[in-house]
Design a protein around this ligand. Structure first.
Ligand SMILES: Nc1ncnc2c1ncn2[C@@H]1O[C@H](COP(=O)(O)OP(=O)(O)O)[C@@H](O)[C@H]1O
Ligand SMILES: [Mg+2]
Length: 418
């Protein structure tokens, strides 16, 4: 092929590309967007129905395109999207949300997931605000068991989730728990991983394991089982067990001492010592911890009113083991005697629930559904819902992570909790 006077060659791939693009099915041609669910740090989530004749329902996560000011640029696929997609492609388990496909279109990435009508946060809110009754023991145990089952699968696949919290744990209409949001998950074949190598901090503060709060240089799967303890406690009491105020990064980007969060943990589980947690007194934040008041362990008292069985207390106690190397593994948790005691966990977590006590379906709104568009007309595709350009995404101060656990519908966004 002849180049032009400047030596530029015509693009040899042009023909291939135009053919490929013509054959490429757009999001709008494959799915009907029926509503907007949520907006997070990485993007927006929509409810959609497949146009393939099955009418199957899906959640479509649209990643934010890169932006320079107000201009949408295309500098490639973000690392977080690559990670989430790569991990999702490898996994398949009943208790982990399944990704159906990925669609690349007009500078945006769309991940299509199986749909889940509920999540743990919504169940907690439904009981706290509408029913004003605790979650029944049967539901509590079923949700806990399935959560542990999904997490065991991830851990055996060497995946650490790192952002387990009620808003990221979904439940479908058959009462099956589906762990979602692998946006912060990491695959690791080594038992330990440096904390400060890449991301500065992991896990929403209320669910953050003590080794992270103490500034550990390494951590492993046990950060997830601590978070499971927090989630189970929250299901049982309908409020976060360790609801600390997050200390913010200073101007020099030093990771701050999370004083309030540690106090919240110590107040319930007691201040640890070298005997509970060998190496505790050598941890980076120990000098600051030393200055705090000492607290006795009062988890049993906390559990007496909330979990109501000594076996339930025993499971929580083991999930809240300070020493990460001694903390209960999902494998051990799943054979805990609490699950053998009646009521036993059920496959359908809502099996024992009266119809009107089942949480209502996820709320969706019509806000912003027009931002999922096809800007290129395609002969096979139905007309785009709205021929608009990309949505203007809200900017967030957080560099990674997901938004507050409470935010799942179109309510005003709270600050990012990472
Ligand atoms: N498969 C799904 N089905 C239904 N709703 C979902 C699904 N996946 C996510 N959502 C909703 O969207 C919210 C944000 O999705 P998530 O994957 O957690 O992304 P983010 O990184 O923004 O937190 C979730 O908290 C949940 O309310
Ligand atoms: Mg999330």
């Amino acid at each position: 092929m002849e180049g032009d006077a400047n030596g530029w060659q015509p693009d040899p791939m042009r023909h291939y590309r135009s053919k490929r693009d013509a054959a490429h099915l757009t999001v709008a041609s494959k799915y009907k967007i029926v509503g907007f669910i949520s907006s997070g740090t990485y993007g927006r989530v929509y409810k959609a129905i497949s146009r393939d004749g099955t009418d199957s329902v899906h959640a479509i996560k649209k990643f934010k395109p890169d932006k320079e000011g107000d201009v949408v640029t295309y500098t490639g696929i973000s690392q977080s999207a690559i990670r989430e997609i790569a991990l999702n492609r490898e996994i398949s388990h009943e208790n982990v949300v399944a990704m159906k496909e990925v669609i690349l279109e007009e500078k945006s990435i769309y991940m299509v997931f199986e749909y889940a009508e509920h999540d743990f946060l919504q169940v907690i809110h439904h009981h706290a605000q509408t029913l004003r009754t605790p979650i029944s023991m049967s539901v509590l145990k079923s949700l806990t068991y399935q959560l542990l089952n999904g997490l065991l699968y991830l851990h055996e696949a060497h995946i650490i989730h790192r952002d387990l919290k009620p808003a990221n744990i979904l439940i479908n209409s058959s009462g099956t728990v589906k762990i979602g949001d692998l946006g912060l998950a990491r695959i690791t074949y080594q038992p330990l991983q440096p904390l400060f190598a890449g991301d500065k901090v992991v896990v929403t503060i209320w669910y953050r394991a003590p080794e992270l709060l103490m500034g550990a240089r390494h951590y492993h799967w046990a950060v997830d089982t601590w978070a499971v303890g927090c989630v189970v406690a929250e299901l049982a009491s309908l409020r976060p067990i360790f609801k600390g105020e997050e200390a913010k990064m200073d101007g020099k980007k030093n990771v701050p001492f999370q004083r309030d969060q540690l106090i919240k943990v110590f107040e319930v589980v007691g201040t640890p010592d070298e005997k509970d947690w060998p190496g505790f007194t050598d941890m980076p934040e120990y000098q600051s911890v030393k200055k705090l008041d000492r607290f006795e362990n009062r988890l049993l008292t906390w559990c007496n009113s909330k979990i109501r069985t000594s076996l339930g207390y025993d499971l929580l106690r083991q999930l809240f083991t300070y020493d990460p190397d001694k903390r209960l593994h999902c494998r051990e948790a799943l054979i805990h005697k609490w699950f053998e005691e009646d009521p036993k966990p059920t496959r359908n977590a809502f099996a024992s629930v009266q119809g009107h006590h089942i949480p209502p379906h996820r709320r969706i709104t019509q806000e912003d559904t027009q931002s999922v568009v096809q800007t290129q007309a395609h002969p096979a595709a139905p007309p785009p819902m709205h021929a608009l350009s990309h949505s203007v995404m809200p900017t967030s101060g957080a560099s990674f992570g997901s938004l507050s656990g409470g935010q799942q519908t179109a309510r005003p966004k709270k600050r990012a909790r990472v």
